[in-house]
Design a protein around this ligand. Structure first.
Ligand code: CA
Ligand code: CA
Length: 340
């Protein structure tokens, strides 16, 4: 009986500690069946022991009855023992039935729990599937929305870029036009100022020249005047520049005739410098003030002859009133030309 009770307590402990789940339920079921089998074996063994005891007692009683000194009390004792044994067996069987019912009840309760849990799990699974489905569709929607926004944003960025480039180009064009306009205006204003200054300067120069005591002669757009002392070429050139003038530069026969008639004529011994030299390249005559090549020419016969290799300055001399190359160091009358 102690063995049976221990198994029962063990099983209850297992029941108490059993977690939910069909696998653990199967383990419990097997243990219950094992307890059932053990109980049946034990009861059967007790029954066999009892049968043996009853048989022995009967044999002993029969022997004593058949003997001369038969004893009725011994038989009664034996019958009482048998009865007690039967009662014990009945009690064990009843106890076993109680245990068995307890196990069955626990099994049923467990089955119900497991069933509820399985139902809950199924419901949960469905909910999870629903949630999963919802999440999937929401994710797809979100993804579609993102892609749509992405395309939209990319288009907007591209549009903004194009606009910026276009705007920049337009701004550049406008700025360029504006700049060119302002530049033209500035140039125009500047040239006007320059011309005004030039005009003022020319006026001042003319006023200055008119204040000189020298006799002034006008031809074309120039005023010519003769200094009152003789000088060599470079001194004469420098002095003319001090008056804002230069040695005469003859570009036409009319001008040449004017100079001959006005400053040389019949004046004996007069020699005047014109403003040309071939000092840089022998034979290549250049007007000093303008830097122009001498085109109009009125050389005397046999001139320029660069006599003795030293004649680099141009003169008109009294003896034939035509051009001659002469030494630059010779002192001559200085005539200055002033451009009006
Ligand atoms: Ca020469
Ligand atoms: Ca000469």
């Amino acid at each position: 009986m102690a063995c049976v009770l221990n198994l029962f307590v063990l099983s209850l402990t297992l029941l108490a500690t059993l977690s939910v789940g069909s696998r653990q339920f199967d383990v419990l079921d097997k243990k219950i069946n094992a307890v059932h089998d053990i109980m049946e074996v034990k009861i059967e063994m007790i029954k066999e022991d009892l049968a043996m005891v009853v048989k022995n007692l009967n044999m002993s009683a029969v022997g004593e009855i058949q003997g001369t000194n038969g004893n009725v009390s011994t038989i009664q004792i034996a019958n009482t023992m048998v009865e007690n044994m039967k009662n014990s067996i009945q009690a064990a069987e009843d106890f076993y039935k109680v245990i068995h019912r307890g196990f069955i009840s626990e099994k049923m309760a467990l089955r119900k729990s497991i069933s509820r849990i399985e139902q809950s799990m199924t419901n949960l699974q469905h909910k999870l599937e629903n949630v999963n489905g919802d999440l999937t569709s929401k994710f797809q929607l979100l993804n579609a929305e993102i892609n749509k926004n992405k395309d939209d944003i990319e288009k907007r960025v591209e549009k903004a870029k194009q606009y910026a480039i276009l705007k920049s180009n337009e701004d550049c064009k406008i700025s360029n036009i504006k700049f060119n306009g302002e530049l033209s205006l500035l140039q125009s204003n500047f040239m006007k100022i320059v011309n005004d200054v030039k005009k003022d300067l020319a006026d001042i120069r003319v006023i200055s020249i008119n204040q000189l005591t020298f006799t002034r002669h006008t031809y074309d757009n120039s005023i010519y005047f003769e200094l009152n002392s003789t000088m060599n070429f470079s001194e004469g050139s420098r002095r003319c520049r001090q008056y804002g003038a230069h040695l005469p530069e003859v570009t036409t026969s009319g001008e040449n005739s004017f100079l001959r008639n006005t400053f040389v004529g019949s004046r004996r011994g007069i020699r005047i410098f014109l403003g040309a030299t071939d000092q840089l390249i022998e034979g290549h005559w250049i007007w000093e003030y303008t830097g122009q090549e001498v085109r109009y020419q009125d050389w005397n016969t046999g001139e320029p002859n660069n006599e003795n290799g030293g004649e680099d300055c141009l003169e008109i001399s009294y003896w034939n009133v035509r051009w001659n190359d002469a030494r630059c160091t010779t002192n001559m009358t200085i005539v200055c030309e002033f451009n009006i």
